[in-house]
Design a protein around this ligand. Structure first.
Ligand code: COA
Length: 431
């Protein structure tokens, strides 16, 4: 059968396509905007016909009807990283989560530790040779494709056909539906004076020719905005966003001085504007790869001068970062934070920046604390932490003793909290 005939044979309605799911299955969905809205809406509509079906994903974007505390015995979400659509359910306890390093999810799928009976994903239209691109999220989805009983795609002409290891052949597909809505767009966060100040401190420490990983959240984007005047930057990251596109357009990124995969921007998922998705289409200067490749600290660390920029919610005086929960309440996930902190530590000349405003809730709470709040999930450990940056300056913790770390961190805390932090540090025999 020709590729086109195979394609026509597998094309069906969303209501039929979701019938590839069986009771008890785990459905794997790509990160963020790689989620297929038509398929997940159809699954939501039919959810009461199923029993014990789980949908696992990093950063669910839309509040699908299946994300419903009343129907969890039928279909329920399992967060690999919480986002806006799932955070409230996680905090209320009816959405469970699987702790992980992003880089290791593919191996957990390959070994059957995370089941993957079905894949639901967005895909680009098919090329003449029968290939479709899972460009919006190669991440752990490629590992799930290799393992799944049924791969079900939502083919949309607005999904770019990207280079890299993110392709699937029509012969591997169980069913497909077609849609033509624009891919969901995610704007850059608002940047205020605190974010700008942090961005400046980090930007001052990034040399021309460095390779960047840009994390998730407002401040990593604020840093990016201050790098447009740099030269010969490279990108080896997990998330491709509009901040990076701005640097490419400004001529600051050309990947010429990368010593690992030179000449190419490397990422595992995309989250941004229509302009970004269009930039990705058949672009020889960009490759999308599975996350066990992009985020492997040994591989990413082969880039000299690798700079990792990631955000946290709270940090204690040893440098342990609670980046993904507020006490017991889950907020997001580890994502690639630890992967890239470790990668930067391995890189010759590498720098890992953890960035945070010094306070939260209108300056009423210090984010630098003597001890993490009870229940906090530690994302970056005291053994991995390198630079910590607030709007008051930069603390360099690597190689420093516990006492030196406490001093460095108190010096970049909000002035209103420095006295209390010093008193608490003395009580804990840290000072
Ligand atoms: N105590 C109480 N509330 C706090 C707090 C603290 N210590 N720290 C933050 N908050 C509140 C903020 O006030 C804010 O609330 P609001 O929305 O009501 O204003 C909210 O928590 C989010 O904080 P903010 O600093 O704005 O977060 P962000 O959207 O910039 O995201 C992370 C920051 C840390 C959540 C995000 O970067 C993350 O998930 N990091 C871990 C994963 C990671 O880095 N991966 C790498 C790339 S995927």
């Amino acid at each position: 059968m020709s590729h086109q005939a195979l394609y026509r044979d597998k094309r069906t309605t969303a209501a039929q396509a979701v019938r590839h799911v069986r009771n008890g299955d785990m459905v794997i969905v790509p990160t963020g905007v790689g989620e297929p809205p038509t398929l997940l809406t159809a699954l939501s509509e039919q959810r009461r016909d199923f029993l014990d079906v789980k949908v696992a994903q990093i950063l669910a974007m839309r509040p699908y009807a299946y994300i419903d505390p009343e129907t969890t015995q039928h279909v329920r979400h399992v967060a690999l990283f919480f986002g806006g659509a799932t955070r409230a359910g996680g905090q209320a306890g009816w959405i469970d989560f699987i702790p992980n390093y992003f880089s290791e999810i593919p191996a957990q799928i390959a070994r059957g530790l995370i089941p993957a009976e079905v894949v639901f994903s967005m895909a680009s239209p098919m090329d003449d040779d029968g290939w479709l691109s899972l460009s919006l999220g190669a991440d752990y989805t490629m590992a799930a494709v290799a393992k799944a009983r049924a791969v079900v795609l939502e083919v949309n002409p607005n999904v770019p056909f990207a280079n890299g290891d993110c392709r699937i052949h029509i012969s591997q597909v169980a069913a497909l539906v077609e849609s033509s809505e624009p891919v969901l767009e995610v704007g850059l966060p608002k940047i205020g004076p605190v974010q700008e100040a942090i961005g400046r401190y980090v930007a001052e420490r990034i040399d021309d020719g460095s390779t960047l990983q840009i994390g998730y959240g407002g401040i990593p984007d604020a840093v990016v905005m201050q790098l447009a005047h740099k030269h010969d930057l490279g990108i080896h990251t997990e998330m491709l966003g509009d901040g990076i596109l701005t640097l490419i357009e400004a001529g600051a990124v050309n990947n010429s001085r990368k010593n690992y995969l030179p000449g190419r921007t490397i990422a595992t998922f995309a989250l941004g504007s229509r302009k970004l998705y269009q930039y990705m289409h058949r672009n020889p200067a960009l490759e999308m790869h599975p996350v066990d490749f992009t985020n492997d600290p040994l591989l990413a660390g082969q880039n000299d001068n690798l700079v990792a920029i990631n955000a946290t919610l709270q940090i204690d005086l040893l440098g342990q970062c609670g980046s993904e929960s507020l006490g017991h309440a889950p907020f997001s996930g580890t994502g690639g934070q630890s992967d890239f902190v470790r990668a930067a530590n391995r890189s010759r000349g590498g720098k890992a920046f953890i960035v945070l405003p010094s306070t939260a809730k209108g300056d009423t709470i210090s984010r630098i604390v003597p001890s993490l709040s009870p229940g906090t999930h530690v994302s970056t450990s005291k053994n991995d932490i390198h630079y910590v940056v607030t709007e008051y300056g930069v603390a360099q913790l690597r190689g420093k003793s516990a006492k030196q770390r406490a001093q460095e961190l108190i010096a970049v805390a909000h002035p209103d909290f420095r006295g209390e932090l010093t008193a608490q540090a003395r009580l804990a025999r840290l000072l």
